[in-house]
Design a protein around this ligand. Structure first.
Ligand code: GDP
Length: 681
């Protein structure tokens, strides 16, 4: 029902607009370009302190009294600088390192505290590495024993749990000089505390009902038609280099890390299924399980006992913040799985996007009960939308748990009926048949989860894998470890000790303790004081890892969910305007210039406007079939230009697949999937 805009009567082939600026260059005074951004990158090194040697006195008189440095004759200015540098270093390193060494580092770096920090941390790393080489394991050196141990214990983060909050925080980041009236549309000026939930898109606009009926292989085609990647320069780290690929092979006993998201319609049994699987794997002890059973019985929800396994984990993890995507870890024979339990309810799809954007593979849970599968699959159900979303977000391998098979007496006909319907849809959504496996399960009874079901009801017609075997046989995804470092923030919190923590998935490159990182868009640098992977402190983490970083040298207030931490030498681009190739889902009302949308990108959702419709493209060849269309209809492929309210950090799809994909939503429905083709500077 069109309330404000009546565009039903549009003739899609109408003449082009006269005033369309397609192909012309436009002044972008409101953009922060990478080159502009580069100017603001921390560069104290380039500007050595202009101190003058006027007044000389003995350093031992200062509050950082240390006889060992009394030989340093410092001016009053130098003394103040030294004191300030030492304070900063102590904030990062604690009291573990002898002050003498800190002083030496500060003086030899000419009062550049970051350089001084880098040098002491690099020194520590070097000593550690030498010790490792000498002894074949991490044996401490003779003279540095206690020191090194102390430093390690001090710089190791005290993070205990990882989280994916999925909440869409307001960024509070002002765009200098964004045109209030852009393209004839009211572009709301950014406000601090602006909440960017779906509800914020003009509610007066026409409602779009999402019922994806997809052209064949669309998402795949969308990806394939983007050009080959331009070579990305290797990250130029000054620090001690590690052979990440070799280290990755050795890590976790040679097991690959895999990020798995569980998706499906509400009540399909996702939490019960995964909770029961965790129980069967021994991740929950019998006593705790008994407690859940008693408590759920008391609460009149006995059937939710297994679902509570995940919920409880979430509660423990949340530190007072509501969790949207539960996250936990389990192991298969060849993999270490980070499990994300995404909310199935329609209202939580934005959170589900957050989870899916960070996943490598997915388990789609469908309810086999009569009528229930249909409810989840037809209009309004989340089965289709979730399937389409995960594929659009880059997930190519899928295990479909045809769940609650106990409810249909493990009937093969019902299983085949569901496989038939889903198979057709998933193929259309861009999944290769060979990358989708269907497993009959019962989350409640536990059949076919961790071990193959022995019941003759099932074995008489099913000889395939159980769910765990299927998860184990997923191909490990390619990790972009050779690209410059990128991490998208999914949660920010203050922990004990100095600095603060961010969690997120490393999308590219790798990070080591002691590294300097740049946060975008705020364009601020910080130092990595600690890294935790699956709650364990580690020295480094690489693409694909869900980590928690402890950061110092930056104010927590500057960082929000959706920001990207990157390598300062090769920063991510930041813009408010970019071009993209999009695939339009099953919308009822055509998209026109000025259409307001919510841009869902990684862990961020940002109000945006479709600024221009550049061309309609052929679905398979990508050729332009129509320039400057007046509107875009369902199923079409198109090139468009988007304008966001506030700057966002993103990459071209051809350079960083993971950071070049997004979804567009409008009025609570997903209306398109897109890939970034050009970033306007
Ligand atoms: P979610 O919303 O997808 O996470 O679903 P839940 O795990 O919360 O389960 C919803 C309801 O379905 C609960 O009452 C479960 O006990 C029930 N349920 C889950 N799996 C099965 C199953 O395999 N068989 C039967 N009969 N019920 C199940």
């Amino acid at each position: 029902m069109a309330r404000h805009r009546n565009v039903r009567g549009y003739n899609y082939d109408e003449d082009f607009e006269e005033d369309d600026l397609y192909g012309q260059s436009v002044e972008d005074d409101y953009c922060i370009s990478p080159s502009t951004a580069a100017q603001f990158i921390y560069s104290r090194r380039d500007n050595p302190s202009p101190f003058t040697e006027t007044e000389e006195y003995d350093y031992k008189d200062t509050e950082h009294n240390n006889s060992s440095i009394s030989s340093h004759q410092l001016t009053a200015v130098e003394k103040a600088q030294l004191a300030s540098c030492l304070d900063h270093m102590k904030e990062v390193l604690g009291e573990s390192l002898p002050e003498k060494e800190m002083v030496e580092a500060v003086l030899s770096s000419k009062f550049d505290v970051q350089q001084a920090l880098d040098s002491v941390l690099a020194q520590e790393m070097k000593i550690k590495n030498e010790e490792t080489v000498i002894s074949g394991k991490a044996t401490k050196g003779k003279t540095r024993d206690s020191q090194t141990t102390k430093i390690e214990s001090d710089i190791v983060p005290k993070v205990t749990k990882m989280t994916v909050s999925g909440k869409k925080q307001s960024t509070g980041f002002e765009v200098p000089g964004v045109n209030a009236e852009e393209n004839g549309n009211n572009v709301v000026m950014p406000q601090k505390g602006f909440s960017s939930g779906d509800a914020n898109v003009s509610s007066g606009m026409t409602e779009v009902i999402s019922k994806p009926a997809l052209p064949s292989q669309i998402v795949q085609a969308l990806e394939e038609q983007t050009t080959a990647p331009t070579p990305v320069k290797k990250s130029g780290k000054a620090k001690q280099q590690i052979d990440v690929k070799a280290e990755l092979e050795k890590r976790q006993g040679g097991k690959h890390l895999l990020n798995l998201v569980v998706i499906g319609h509400v009540d399909a049994g996702k939490s019960t299924l995964m909770g029961h699987l965790l129980y069967l794997l021994g991740n929950v002890n019998k006593r705790t399980m008994h407690k859940y059973e008693q408590e759920s019985k008391k609460a009149g929800k006995a059937s939710f006992a297994y679902a509570w396994v995940l919920d409880e984990t979430g509660e423990e993890r949340e530190r007072g913040v509501t969790m949207d995507v539960g996250m936990t870890k389990f192991e298969t024979q060849t993999k270490v799985i980070t499990l994300m339990d995404a909310p199935g309810h329609k209202d939580f799809i934005p959170n589900m996007i957050t989870g899916a954007a960070q996943a490598d593979v997915a388990v789609l849970v469908v309810d086999a009960s009569r009528g229930e599968f249909e409810a989840g699959f037809e209009t309004g159900g989340q089965t289709r939308e979730h399937g389409l979303l995960v594929r659009s977000l880059g997930v190519t391998q899928l295990a479909v748990a045809v769940n609650k098979m106990d409810q249909v007496n493990w009937k093969q006909e019902r299983f085949l009926e569901i496989v038939g319907k889903l198979g057709q849809f998933l193929k259309q959504a861009g999944f290769k048949e060979s990358d989708v496996a269907y497993i009959p399960t019962s989350g409640l009874g536990g059949e076919n989860l961790a071990t193959r079901c022995q019941s003759s009801e099932l074995t008489k017609w099913y000889e395939g894998k159980c769910l765990l075997e299927q998860i184990d046989s997923f191909k490990p995804p390619q990790r972009s470890v050779e690209k410059p470092f990128r991490l998208c923030v999914s949660d920010v919190f203050k922990d004990q000790g100095s600095g603060f923590c961010v969690t997120g998935k490393v999308e590219a490159g790798y990070v080591q303790v002691g590294d300097r990182l740049l946060a975008m868009p705020p364009n601020e640098t910080c130092t990595v004081k600690g890294i935790a992977l699956h709650d364990e402190p580690v020295d480094w983490a690489a693409a694909g890892d869900h980590v928690s970083l402890t950061l110092t040298g930056m104010d927590i207030i500057k960082i929000n969910v959706g920001y990207i931490f990157c390598c300062p030498k090769e920063p991510i681009k930041v813009c408010t305007r970019f071009r993209a190739r999009i695939l339009i889902f099953n919308i009822e009302i055509p998209i026109t210039k000025g259409f307001p949308v919510l841009l869902h990108y990684q862990t961020v959702s940002e109000p945006a406007t479709i600024r221009r419709l550049l061309s309609v493209l052929h679905k398979s060849t990508g050729e332009v079939t129509k320039k400057k269309p007046k509107c875009l209809a369902k199923g079409q492929n198109a090139l468009i230009e988007l304008q966001t309210q506030r700057p966002i950090a993103l990459e071209l799809y051809k350079d960083f697949k993971e950071l070049g994909r997004f979804m567009l939503r409008y009025s609570g429905s997903t209306i398109a999937a897109g890939v970034v083709t050009e970033i306007k500077e």
